[in-house]
Design a protein around this ligand. Structure first.
Ligand SMILES: Nc1c(O)cccc1[N+](=O)[O-]
Length: 239
């Protein structure tokens, strides 16, 4: 997979080159290029924004600059992702969908966002998704790109050491992950649940499923409601 990011703060994306993602780049599993939007400006101040039509607070990012940048960066086919508080919610299912794409381009807005015509124009030439990582206000889209790229790239074959681990993720079966434990057996008077030390894997699997159902029921009943009809079997009793 090739990933391009267009931003006015390229340094914000440095974490993409660290740890597991950095190793995926070194191993050629992914290619990441970060572009400075200001490289497409021509004025002495390298300005990328202007005041909004209709008035209101803040500034809007200029269509001419973004248009020139995306014309060049998206000259070869790509799916354009625009992090936005007004976007569709980013979910594990969307991460899987985007992990199947050969090329993703992320456009990081700042200020009050990018002139809408940039998105409308791009959508005439490529798939464009405005995507939100959550209902809160950020200063820009860069941190959302870090979140999405990590969630997407970890799904690619070979990136995670243990391929099985992402198949047992939270959300992989539509439920929250239950609690995890490791040594010591007792820590500050708190013991690891005995079933996990029983060696009975059928019982352990049942316990883990029950824990996931109970935690999902307690913290995210919306996920339970969204489960497909056949997701729960006769052994599942969301307490
Ligand atoms: N929430 C937010 C924002 O305020 C600005 C850019 C991107 C996002 N987001 O992806 O959720």
């Amino acid at each position: 997979m090739r990933i391009d990011v267009v931003t006015i703060f390229p340094e914000y994306l440095e974490p993409l080159r660290a740890a597991l993602l950095g190793r995926a780049i070194e191993r050629g599993l992914i290619e990441v290029d970060v572009h400075d939007l200001r490289d497409w400006t021509h004025d002495v101040h390298r300005s990328v924004d202007d005041s909004p039509y209709g008035g209101g607070p803040g500034m809007v990012m200029k269509p001419q600059i973004w248009g020139a940048a995306l014309d060049e960066v998206c000259a070869t086919p790509a799916r354009l992702i625009v992090p936005s508080p007004a976007g569709r919610p980013f979910t594990q299912a969307m991460a899987h969908e985007l992990a199947a794409e050969p090329r993703l381009v992320f456009a990081c807005g700042r200020y009050e966002g990018i002139d809408q015509r940039v998105i409308d124009d791009a959508a005439t030439r490529m798939p464009v998704d405005e995507v939100s990582i959550g209902d809160y206000v950020l200063i820009g889209g860069e941190v959302a790109v870090l979140v999405m790229v990590e969630a997407i790239v970890r799904l690619l074959p070979g990136v995670l050491g243990n391929q099985l681990s992402h198949e047992q993720d939270s959300f992989s079966d539509g439920l929250l992950e239950g609690p995890s434990y490791t040594r010591p057996e007792v820590w500050r008077g708190l013991a690891v649940p005995e079933v996990l030390r029983s060696g009975n894997h059928a019982l352990i699997d049942r316990w883990r499923r029950d824990q996931a159902l109970a935690r999902t029921y307690e913290r995210r009943p919306d996920l339970l409601a969204a489960l497909p009809e056949d997701a729960l079997d006769q052994h599942d009793h969301a307490v």
